[in-house]
Design a protein around this ligand. Structure first.
Ligand SMILES: Cc1ncc(C[n+]2csc(CCOP(=O)(O)OP(=O)(O)O)c2C)c(N)n1
Ligand SMILES: [Mg+2]
Length: 919
C-alpha cells in the first residue's frame, strides 16, 4: 500500500524519515508485529491530541472503545437496578407466553428484548428524559420487537395493569397492547412506529436534524432533546438504515445516539457468520463521520486483556468470526476452553484459573451495565458528531439453553414449564415467583409493592429525568395561527387568460403562505433536488436553504436574483436526491405538533412518480406516526409530462395513495381548486386546538401543462371542491342528446375540447364535472353502503356520488391521466352507464399530443367514447360512432396501450434490414 500523499510532497528530511522507519523495523524484528501495532496506535492517539490531522483509521481492534481506566463512576445503585431488570425480563417473557397460551398463534417475541434489556435499562434509569417538565424531552425509537420489555417496565412503573399485559396483541374491542410501537393504535403511549426494518433508523436521523433546524431557525429550543434510536444488527441491511448516516455526519448531529444491538443474529441465522458485523459497522460509521463506541466485552474480560502481554488474546478476538462467537454462546465452558482459549498454550494459561462455568459466562459488553453506562455517558457528552454504540449481546440472553444464540430463537414464543423454572433460576427469582406461580405453565407476573425500595428507586429515577416514557402527548407549547384567507385570493381570481400550470400556481401559493407574517415561519418546504423543475428556485433567495454551517462560499450565481442561497436559519429543506430522506423530513416536521408541541406544516414537493411507489412504506410510517402536512406530486400524469419516458410518467400514484387510510388524495384541475383544498386541509389538520385536529395528510397532484386558469365560478364553494366532485359546466341542453364527462387534473383540456366538438358536430350537449377526489367519493360511498347493510329497516343513505349525478344526463364518461382504476373506484355508485378512459400500460417519451392520442385520452377518443356509449344505450346509431372515428382519424387497429409493451418488439434494425421477429 502506497500512501499517495507522502509520496507527492517533498521529504524535507529523508534522514529523519529513515530513522523512524528503521525503529519500526527494529521493533517488528525484535518483538513482533503486535508490539509494533501497539506503538503505532499510541502514536496515532498522540497525533490526535496534538491535532496533527492524520487520516482516521477505519477500524480499531476488536475490543471496547472505552478502556477500563476511563470508565466513569457509576452513580446508580447497581443491586437495585439489577433486581428491577430481572423483574422486567420476567414480565416481558410472561406476557408473551401468556398471550400465546390464551390465543395460540398470536405471536410476540422473547429473544430480542432478552438481548437488549440492559441497553434499555441504563437509558431508562440514567439518560432518557421525559416530558413531565413541560419540555419535549428525549425522543426514543425502540426496536419494534423489543416492545414486550417496554410494556413490562410500564407495568412495574404502574402505568399499566395485568389486564393490559393480558391484552398484548389483542386489540379488537379496545384496551389492547399493539404488537409493536404504534402511535395510531396507542396514541398516548408510543411516539414512533419502528417495526418495518430501517424506517426507525432513517426517521431518527431526520428527526434529529429537524430538531436542529428548529433550534437554528429559533422556532424552538430543542437543545436539551436527544434522539435515541435502537437498531437491530440485522436491520442495518435495509438501505434506509445506512443510506443516510452520512447526513448525520455532515450535519454534525450530536443530538443523535444510535444503539445497535449486535446480537449477531437476525431472523434466520447469523448476520455476518463469516465476518464481524461490529467491525464492518465501525468502518462505515467512522467513514460517515460518526463517533463510534464499541461495547464488546464485559468487565470480566478486563483483567484478561490486561494480562495479554503477547497479544494472543487480542489476536484471537480479532480473528474469530461472528458465526463462531454465536457458537460459543450455545456451547459449554469446556468448548470455549478448547476452541477459543485452547489452540494457543499462552492463551489457555491465561484462563487456567477460571472454571468452565466461569468461562461460559464471561459476559458480553452489551449485558454489562458499567460498560453501557460509560458508553451512554460518552455519547451524550460528544460534541459535533452523532454517536453510534455498537453493543455486543446474545440473542435470547437469560432465557435458557433453548433460546440463547439459537438460530430459531427469534421465532420462539412459548416456554415449557421446565423452561420457566430454568428462567426463574437464571433470574434468581425464587423468592418472587413461587412454584405455584408457574406450575400450570402459565407464569404469573411480578411487581414490587409501592413503597418498596425498588419501586421508589425506579420512580425516583424517572422523576429526576422528567417522568415516564414512552409517552405521547399533544401539547401546544407554541400554537400555530392559520394564514389570512386573503392568501388564497389570487388563485380564486384565476390567471386572467395567462397560461400557467397548477405547479406554478402551487409555487405562487407556497410563496404567499411563507410570506404570511404569523403563519409563514411554520411552513417547511422540502424538496429532493427538484426545486428548479417546479419553479421553486424563486424561493431560494427570499427564504434561503437551511444549512447548519451557513454558506461558506459565494455561489456562482450570486449576482442573480434567484441565486443559490444557504443560511443557518434558512427555511427550505433542500434534501438532495433522496425521496426517502425527504419523506423522513416530512414525518419529522409533520409530527412536530406532538414531538415538540410546535405545529409545523411540511410541503414535500417531488416528482410524483418517485413518491408513493418509491417510498410507499415511509408513507405508511407517516400515517402510523399521525403526521400532518402536504405531499405534492408534481409533474403528475402519464401524458402530461412530455418527453420523459416511462420512468418519469406517473399514472399510478393516486391509486397507491388511495390505499393509505391517512391520505386525502386530490387531483385538482384548476388553481382555485388547489387553493381550496390546501385552505381546507390547513383548517382540518391545524385549525383546532392541539389534540383536536385531524391526523390526516394530503396528497395533491400538480401538473406542468400551461393553460389559462379560470376564476372560481360563483356557484362553486370550497365544500363542493373538497367533497370530491362538483358541476363545473352544465353544457348545452338545447341539443338532441345529452351526456356527462368527469374530468380530473390535466384532462380538463380534453374534456372541454370534447364538449365543444360534440356540441358542434354531433348534437350532444355535455355536462362537465370536475372530480377532485375519487378516493373521497369512494370513501363516502362505502360508508353509506355499510350503514345500509347494518340498518336494513332505516331509510337508506345515498352515496354522495349517486346524489350528485342523479340529475346528470347519462352516459357518464370519466377521463383521467392516471389508470382507469382511479375513476373506476366509484363505478358501483354511478347511476348511469359508466365508462372510464385512462392511461393504463407503460409510459413512453413523446409529445403531449402524441401521448394522449396513443393512450386514447385526447379529445378525439373522448368524443368517440361518448358517442359509443350513447350508441350502446340505443340513443344514437352506431354509424355516428363510425363517422367520428373517421372524422378524427382514430385508428381502430392501433395496438392497445394497456399491454402494448408486453408484446415482443421488432428488432431495432427491422426497418433497414427487413428482418422480423421470428426470422
Ligand atoms: C422491512 C421488514 N422486513 C422484514 C421484517 C421481518 N423481521 C422482523 S424481525 C427480523 C429480524 C431482525 O433482526 P435484527 O434486526 O438483528 O433484530 P434482533 O431481533 O436480532 O435484535 C425480521 C427479518 C420486518 N419487520 N421488516
Ligand atoms: Mg440481531
Amino acid at each position: 500500500m502506497i500512501d499517495g500523499y507522502s509520496h507527492q510532497l517533498p521529504d524535507i528530511d529523508p534522514e529523519e524519515t529513515r530513522e523512524w522507519i528503521d525503529s519500526l523495523d527494529a521493533v517488528v524484528g525484535r518483538i513482533g508485529t503486535q508490539r509494533a501495532g501497539f506503538l503505532i496506535a499510541r502514536i496515532l492517539e498522540r497525533a490526535q491530541e496534538l491535532r496533527i490531522g492524520t487520516a482516521p483509521t477505519i477500524n480499531t481492534p476488536y475490543v471496547n472503545t472505552i478502556p477500563v481506566d476511563q470508565q466513569p463512576w457509576f452513580p446508580g445503585d447497581e443491586a437495585i437496578e439489577r433486581r428491577i431488570r430481572r423483574w422486567i425480563r420476567w414480565n416481558a417473557a410472561a406476557m408473551v407466553i401468556r398471550a400465546n397460551k390464551r390465543a395460540d398463534g398470536i405471536g410476540g417475541h422473547l429473544s430480542t428484548f432478552a438481548s437488549s434489556a440492559s441497553l434499555y435499562d441504563v437509558g431508562f434509569n440514567h439518560f432518557f428524559r421525559g416530558k413531565d417538565g413541560g419540555q419535549p424531552g428525549d425522543h426514543v425509537y425502540f426496536q419494534g420487537h423489543a416492545a414486550p420489555g417496554v410494556y413490562a417496565r410500564a407495568f412495574i412503573e404502574r402505568r399499566m395493569e395485568e389486564s393490559h399485559l393480558d391484552r398484548f396483541r389483542q386489540e379488537i374491542g379496545g384496551g389492547g397492547l399493539s404488537s409493536y410501537p404504534h402511535p395510531r393504535l396507542m396514541p398516548d403511549f408510543w411516539e414512533f412506529p419502528t417495526v418495518s426494518m430501517g424506517l426507525g433508523p432513517i426517521n431518527s436521523i431526520y428527526h434529529a436534524r429537524f430538531n436542529k433546524y428548529m433550534l437554528n431557525r429559533r422556532l424552538d429550543d430543542t437543545s436539551a432533546s436527544r434522539v435515541w434510536c435502537f437498531v437491530g444488527d440485522g436491520e442495518v441491511d435495509e438501505p434506509e438504515t445506512l443510506g443516510s448516516i452520512a447526513l448525520a455526519g455532515h450535519q454534525r448531529l450530536d443530538n443523535l445516539t444510535w444503539v445497535v444491538n449486535c446480537n449477531l443474529q437476525r431472523l434466520d441465522g447469523p448476520v455476518r457468520g463469516n465476518g464481524k458485523i461490529i467491525q464492518e459497522l465501525e468502518g462505515m460509521f467512522r467513514g460517515a463521520g460518526w463517533n463510534v463506541i464499541k461495547v464488546i466485552w464485559g468487565s470480566k474480560w478486563d483483567p484478561l486483556l490486561a494480562a495479554d502481554r503477547d497479544g494472543v488474546l487480542l489476536t484471537k478476538m480479532n480473528t474469530t468470526v461472528d458465526g463462531e462467537f454465536q457458537r460459543y454462546a450455545t456451547e459449554s465452558g469446556t468448548y470455549a476452553r478448547q476452541h477459543f482459549f485452547g489452540p494457543d498454550p499462552r492463551l489457555s494459561k491465561m484462563v487456567s484459573h477460571l472454571s468452565d462455568d466461569e468461562l461460559r459466562t464471561l459476559p458480553r459488553g452489551g449485558h454489562d451495565y458499567m460498560k453501557l453506562y460509560a458508553a451512554y455517558k460518552a455519547a451524550t457528552e460528544t460534541e459535533g458528531r452523532p454517536t453510534v454504540i455498537l453493543a455486543k449481546t446474545i440473542k435470547g440472553w437469560t432465557l435458557g439453553e433453548g433460546f440463547e444464540g439459537r438460530n430459531a430463537t427469534h421465532q420462539i414464543k412459548k416456554m415449557t414449564t421446565q423452561q420457566l423454572y430454568e428462567l426463574r433460576e437464571r433470574l434468581y427469582l425464587q423468592d418472587e415467583i413461587p412454584d405455584a406461580a408457574i406450575a400450570d405453565g402459565i407464569p404469573d407476573y411480578y411487581r414490587p409493592a409501592v413503597g418498596s425500595a425498588e419501586y421508589e428507586y425506579m420512580m425516583q429515577r424517572r422523576k429526576v429525568l422528567d417522568g415516564s416514557l414512552p409517552k405521547r402527548v399533544v401539547f401546544e407549547r407554541r400554537p400555530l395561527h392559520l394564514p389570512s384567507p386573503s392568501v388564497f385570493d389570487d388563485l380564486n381570481k384565476g390567471s386572467g387568460g395567462r397560461a400557467v400550470s397548477t405547479t406554478m400556481a402551487f409555487t405562487g401559493l407556497l410563496r404567499d403562505l411563507m410570506r404570511d407574517k404569523a403563519f409563514g415561519p411554520r411552513v417547511v418546504p422540502i424538496v429532493p433536488d427538484e426545486a428548479r423543475t417546479f419553479g421553486m428556485d424563486a424561493l431560494f433567495r427570499e427564504f434561503k436553504i437551511y444549512a447548519q454551517e451557513g454558506q461558506k462560499y459565494e455561489p456562482v450565481d450570486h449576482e442573480l436574483l434567484l441565486s443559490y442561497s444557504e443560511s443557518r436559519d434558512g427555511q427550505i429543506l433542500e434534501e438532495g436526491i433522496t425521496e426517502a430522506g425527504s419523506m423522513a423530513s416530512f414525518i419529522a416536521a409533520g409530527t412536530s405538533y406532538a414531538n415538540l408541541g410546535v405545529p409545523m406544516v411540511p410541503f414535500f414537493v417531488f416528482y410524483s412518480m418517485f413518491g408513493f411507489q418509491r417510498v410507499g412504506d415511509l408513507c405508511w410510517s407517516a400515517a402510523d406516526s399521525r403526521a400532518r402536512g402536504f405531499m405534492i406530486g408534481a409533474t403528475a400524469g402519464r401524458t402530461t409530462l412530455a418527453g420523459e419516458g416511462l420512468q418519469h410518467q406517473d399514472g399510478q400514484s393516486l391509486l397507491l395513495a388511495a390505499t393509505n387510510p391517512a391520505v386525502e388524495a386530490y387531483d385538482p384541475a384548476f388553481a382555485y381548486e388547489l387553493g381550496a383544498i390546501i385552505d381546507h386541509g390547513l383548517r382540518r389538520m391545524y385549525g383546532n386546538r392541539a389534540g383536536e385536529s385531524e391526523d390526516v395528510y394530503y396528497y395533491l397532484t400538480v401538473y406542468n401543462e400551461n393553460y389559462p386558469m379560470p376564476a372560481r365560478p360563483d356557484h362553486v364553494s370550497v365544500d363542493d371542491i373538497v367533497s370530491g366532485m362538483y358541476l363545473w359546466d352544465n353544457g348545452r341542453d338545447d341539443l338532441e342528446h345529452r351526456a356527462t364527462i368527469l374530468f380530473s387534473g390535466s384532462t380538463q383540456g380534453a374534456a372541454r375540447g370534447a364538449q365543444a366538438e360534440l356540441a358542434e358536430h354531433f348534437g350532444v350537449g355535455v355536462q362537465l364535472w370536475s372530480v377532485t377526489s375519487y378516493k373521497e367519493l369512494r370513501r363516502d360511498a362505502l360508508e353509506s353502503t355499510r350503514w345500509n347493510r347494518l340498518h336494513p329497516d332505516a331509510e337508506p343513505r345515498v352515496p354522495r356520488v349517486t346524489t350528485k349525478l342523479a340529475a346528470s344526463p347519462g352516459p357518464v364518461i370519466a377521463v383521467t391521466d392516471f389508470l382507469t382504476l382511479v375513476p373506476d373506484q366509484i363505478a358501483r355508485w354511478v347511476p348511469h352507464r359508466y365508462l372510464s378512459l385512462g392511461t393504463d400500460g407503460f409510459g413512453r417519451s413523446d409529445t403531449r399530443d402524441a401521448l394522449r392520442s396513443f393512450f386514447e385520452v385526447d379529445t378525439a377518443h373522448l368524443v368517440v367514447a361518448v358517442l359509443a356509449e350513447l350508441a350502446a344505450s340505443g340513443t344514437i346509431e352506431t354509424s355516428v360512432v363510425q363517422a367520428a372515428i373517421e372524422r378524427y382519424g382514430v385508428d381502430p387497429s392501433a395496438i392497445n396501450p394497456a399491454d402494448a409493451d408486453n408484446q415482443p418488439r421488432e428488432p431495432l434494425d427491422a426497418a433497414t434490414t427487413g428482418r422480423r421477429i421470428g426470422d
